[in-house]
Design a protein around this ligand. Sequence first.
Ligand code: UDX
Length: 434
Amino acid sequence: MNIAIIGTGYVGLVTGACFADFGVNVICVDKDDSKIEKLKRAEIPIYEPGLKELVEKNMREGRLSFTTDIEDAIRRSLVIMIAVGTPPRGDGSTDLRYVEEVARTIAKNLNGYKVIVTKSTVPVGTGSLIEKIIREECPHDHRFDVASNPEFLREGSAVEDFMRPDRVVIGARSEEAKAILKDLYAPLYLIETPFVITDIETAELIKYASNAFLALKISFINEIANLCEKVGADVHVVAKAMGLDRRIGPKFLHPGPGFGGSCLPKDTMGLRDIAKRKGYNFRLMDAVVKINHEQRLRMKEKIKQMVGTLKGKTIAVLGLTFKPNTDDIRESPAIDIIRLLLEEGASIKCYDPAGMPNARAILGDSVEYCKDSYHTAEGADCLVIATEWNQFRNLDMEHIKELLKEPIVVDLRNVYDPQKMKRAGFKYTSVGRC
Ligand code: UDX
């Protein structure tokens, strides 16, 4: 089977490489010529473990190709997956211009029955919108189906999440489209992956509901952590005991500076917007978004409390990405907290194993970029752990203490043990622990 993946970002590139590894002939399309030229040389523009090997192998075996010729890719494919950006607008709604542009191009190049699939996270009703565009703009009356096949990939583990998903969700109107998409995922049948086959609107909402619930768990545990600090409880023991209840589960109950990334922030606001447009006030999402924003402010105050005043102080920040094992700094709590510290007159030294080039693009020279954790700590008034990269989990704390002006550590990801740090002579604080 031939498929075309339109858009070679985090979702499109991983999806294309993994489907090729399933034995499917995949054409990955992007309008960015320089990006396509790099991909043809297996130069991967994103930091995703295992992806480069997958791309190289499937290109070598002739199942994966890259092109800017979207018209040709459409004509040659039975399935066309739309994996272009669906960025949020300022009011929280979703900008669908790129999806609509692809739909119009598909309409003009329809040369037989095809299944047009939304892979990107799109508001409920986008499938119908694509149907409308193609029906209105296609000069012929070729049959086609639109379907929804949302991804649940996490950055830093996207290949693993694709190859061993908790479930595959397929939303379509016709049995033919459902059968074609199930066939595409045939290798996952062999490992008995659960398939949820439903209608388009339900599949579209499943994606938002899933991400919004993950965000809700994070905002919930962050509120519990904030309460733990007031009542003298240990949030990790609370989270562990909660997670032992199989109805709750242990995952996504790690407190910290709040959630970031290109998805959870966007999808929580997107779900709220979908509801609002239908006259429903999704108050719970309002709270999740507000708590997440305020957690950053709370972390800045936590740092301020430890150093007295921020003005004129030097704060060392370890971690810039929104989570470890990625170079992505989109909506990163670390970046937001750095901005808040700068606003109060602090100087910032920072280090991140993968995120500094992306961080420099938005922070510029407002901060000092360091070559490692120790260079970052040298001469600083306080050390902040903002992202839990493994590199930060076994620092030589005796050396850190010598390098810091003051032995102050603010651990926003609860990497270290409070008692051990205090015994080692640090003024130490974290999130939700005494
Ligand atoms: C998320 C969803 O997990 C994934 O299913 C969806 O397809 C895309 O969005 P991702 O954004 O890559 O994936 O990262 P994720 O691992 O979910 O973390 C998101 C944010 O939440 C990060 O900033 C992370 O630090 C934070 N987080 C996560 C917590 O603060 N606590 C947790 O317990 C888990």
